[in-house]
Design a protein around this ligand. Structure first.
Ligand code: FAD
Length: 335
């Protein structure tokens, strides 16, 4: 394989309900930086049915080009059809790097493409950089249970690929004046060539906790001692209009559902304010909340590692401090 033949940075543009999903816009922001450092174009790869208008969004968020597969056969995501489109496009245009959101779709597609192309894929990346001279992607992610950050390189194969967690990279502010080039692609794919059929899409009716969209999160940990103790988090969250988050240990103790877990094996969050209460500050927790605007930690152990990663730290017992905060807030707003 001649690595020099491969040029350009691509972002797989995932879309849902007629819109590009936020993580793909974030990746256009990250991809823009990589492409600029290398002096190459940034392209999106967009696959779907009647999705052409989304190319404009991609241009506004930083793409120079979009490779477009617009065909009814791509109406629903199916691994087989989408991977064949990506692979055909890669073989034709030879990108150096491809980024995917670490969503169910992105992870499924990226691993299928990597296997078929026999190239490398770094999963759940949290930092990206590129060697200016060689174009070698430096994809970093927590490894060995989060105890170290590993930077993973793909030295011998192209394209080099990574999935990136939502909310880790920053989207550029959209520029409505920005234009780009649409490169229409097609694939001679027939319905009978695809083994999977989408019979019905059943949407979840239960309202899900949207931790990743919350402005204020009150997260509780093992330090709250019991399910009853954890109720204090709900009272605090209600008082200040926050969403409740939790450490894995609190979830594993059965005090709250996994949907509320923040961290490496939970949700990555970036609220304006994050309260970490009775949480020690393990790296696996920190990777999920360290980009919050303001981090306030309450812990009775002055040596707790969370105090190294917060903006304000309160050393003390959560059961004394949180009721005082609730009271202070309620009297401030006149309740
Ligand atoms: P602890 O570490 O037990 O800390 C409790 C803290 O509460 C202590 O600092 C203590 O001083 C304080 N405390 C006790 N009583 C009080 C009180 N009355 N008032 C105030 N403070 C008090 N963890 C996550 O959170 N999210 C993840 O996604 C995640 N993924 C993981 C993935 C892997 C592969 C592995 C190996 C681990 C993962 N973990 C994750 C677990 C992580 O390593 C820690 O074990 C976990 O975050 C600890 O939770 P904690 O801080 O609630 O509990």
């Amino acid at each position: 394989m001649s690595l020099e033949e491969y040029k350009g940075v691509w972002v797989f543009l995932e879309h849902r309900d007629g819109q590009i999903v936020p993580v793909s816009l974030e990746l256009l922001g990250a991809g823009r930086q990589l492409a600029d450092k290398r002096g190459v174009p940034l392209a999106g790869i967009l696959i779907g049915d009647r999705v052409r208008p989304l190319c404009e969004t991609a241009f506004q968020y930083g793409a120079d080009q979009v490779y477009l597969y617009d065909d009814p056969i791509f109406a629903d995501y199916r691994t087989e059809s989408y991977m064949r489109a990506v692979i055909a496009c890669v073989q034709k245009h030879k990108p150096e790097t491809i980024l995917y959101g670490a969503t169910s779709t992105g992870k499924d597609l990226a691993s299928a493409v990597a296997t078929d192309l026999e190239t490398g894929l770094t999963a759940d990346t949290t930092m990206l950089d590129v060697e200016q001279e060689t174009g070698l992607l430096q994809a970093s992610r927590p490894a060995f249970g989060g105890n170290i950050m590993a930077t993973i390189l793909c030295k011998k194969h192209r394209p080099q690929m990574a999935t990136v967690r939502p909310k880790v990279m920053k989207a550029l502010p959209p520029d409505p004046e920005r234009r780009g080039e649409i490169i229409a692609e097609s694939l001679p794919l027939r319905e009978q060539d695809i083994r999977t059929k989408v019979l019905k899409i059943i949407r979840e009716t239960q309202s899900k906790v949207r931790l990743d969209e919350a402005d204020i999160i009150v997260a509780g940990g093992k330090g709250l001692g019991s399910k009853e103790g954890f109720q204090l988090m709900h009272r605090f969250a209600e008082a200040i209009g926050a969403t409740v988050g939790a450490s894995r240990d609190a979830v594993e103790a059965g005090w709250i559902d996994h949907a509320h877990q923040v961290g490496q094996t939970g949700v990555t969050v970036t609220p304006k304010i994050y309260f970490a209460i009775g949480i020690s500050g393990a790296i696996q927790h920190l990777v999920g909340m360290q980009n919050s605007g303001l981090i306030i930690a309450i812990n009775k152990d002055p040596q707790a590692p969370i105090f190294q990663s917060c903006h304000y730290g309160i050393v003390g017992d959560a059961f004394e401090i949180v009721p005082l905060l609730i009271e202070a807030f309620q009297s401030a707003v006149g309740k």
